[in-house]
Design a protein around this ligand. Structure first.
Ligand SMILES: Cc1cc2nc3c(=O)[nH]c(=O)nc-3n(C[C@H](O)[C@H](O)[C@H](O)COP(=O)(O)O)c2cc1C
Length: 348
């Protein structure tokens, strides 16, 4: 008979059996008990062929099946690495565009399926090793700053001096890896992903000033240090289009805000199959410029009636998908508005 922690008196545990409704995804966990991520290291490893490595084995599926049937509301996998060059130990699960195979996809499908066997939500935890990648996998791993991990005891081997990620590496290499893996997991049947940003791996290396000495927009304030995580989240959420989010039950409808200032007739254009997406704005990467240029479009549209515009609903609205027009807006906005804002903040 298993001995358990002593309890003072028998309590009412029914609150643990309440459902949790997640407002953004509209997913429902059937109760409040979570199986957290605990690395299993039960995926395949072939030192001669990375394509045959990182595929969940029958052992992983066995334990997932047991947790799936074990009554939890949500089961999170152990960390799955998004880059074979930045993993932790042999046996880690891997997802990466260069190693995709039917066998891998099927194995991840089976994992999602058995985790859901008892009605739990199946969540895949995605991770990037960063500077914690042992030297045996990578002598010079990526990190926010070139600060080597030095521990008195290295269970998993030593760590090399990391290479500082450039801004374009973050945006064109790291973020797309998480997006690819999230899409992969979604297609394999998982109900969601968890982005691992703890325990000294890459994303947590951005969060702390001990390992993040950057002076660009990914370092300094906490907003900047957390920027990469926010950008991963936004990039994952933008992968699927308007119809996917409705078909998958994530949303009942789609809000179109700033693009409706660029094109008041965007709804008609989409519904009559003239277009399949909203207009691009060259300033989308910058919240202030994007919002202010949209407000400019709002005012341009509002300055004429439908009659005066001869029924053309986009009459007089600037096209900021044109790089020259976007550049011109940025220059004029900066010249006009910024001095006014500074004056206001000083003199009230
Ligand atoms: C063997 C082992 C592996 C773990 N692997 C992960 C992991 O892959 N990802 C993660 O975020 N946390 C990992 N954790 C941390 C657990 O998710 C959890 O936070 C920790 O065990 C504390 O919870 P507990 O006291 O209920 O065990 C691991 C913990 C253990 C014991």
């Amino acid at each position: 008979m298993v001995k358990r922690w002593p309890i003072k008196e028998e309590g009412d545990a029914s609150i643990l059996n309440e459902k949790i409704h997640f407002p953004t995804s509209q997913r429902v966990a059937k109760n409040r008990l979570l199986k957290p991520p605990m690395t299993e290291s039960m995926s395949s490893w072939d030192s001669n062929d990375i394509k045959k490595s990182g595929i969940p084995t029958q052992k992983a599926i066995n334990i997932y099946e047991k947790w799936g049937l074990g009554g939890f509301g949500m089961c999170i996998t152990g960390n799955i690495f998004v880059d074979p060059k930045h993993m932790e130990v042999h046996g880690n699960s891997l997802i990466h565009p260069s190693i995709d195979t039917h066998e891998r996809k099927n194995a991840f499908k089976r994992c999602a399926n058995v985790l859901q066997g008892g009605g739990a939500l199946a969540i895949a935890q995605l991770n990037h090793g960063g500077r914690l990648t042992p030297i045996t996998f990578n002598e010079q791993p990526w990190a926010p700053s070139s600060i080597q991990h030095q521990a008195k005891i290295n269970f998993l081997g030593k760590h090399g001096v990391p290479k500082e990620l450039g801004k374009s590496d973050i945006q064109n290499e790291i973020i797309p890896l998480f997006v690819y893996a999230a899409k992969y997991c979604y297609e394999a049947g998982f109900n969601g992903v968890q982005i691992h940003a703890a325990f000294g791996y890459l994303l947590s290396e951005f969060l702390t000033t001990n390992t993040n000495k950057r002076t660009d927009e990914y370092g300094g304030t906490i907003e900047n240090r957390a920027r990469i995580i926010k950008e991963i989240y936004q990039a994952i959420r933008s992968v699927y289009g308007m119809t996917d989010v409705i078909n998958s039950g994530v949303a009942d409808g789609v809000g179109i805000g700033r693009p409706s200032m660029a094109e008041p007739d965007i709804a008609t254009k989409i519904l009559t199959k003239q277009v399949q997406s909203v207009a691009y704005n060259n300033m989308e990467a910058n919240y202030i410029f994007y919002s202010m240029s949209s407000v400019a479009q709002l005012n341009q549209a509002a300055s004429t009636s439908v009659e005066e515009a001869h029924g053309n609903l986009t009459y007089g609205i600037s096209d900021y998908s044109c790089p020259h027009k976007a550049f011109f807006f940025k220059v004029t906005f900066s010249l006009k508005m910024i001095p006014t804002m500074i004056k206001k903040s000083i003199f009230g």
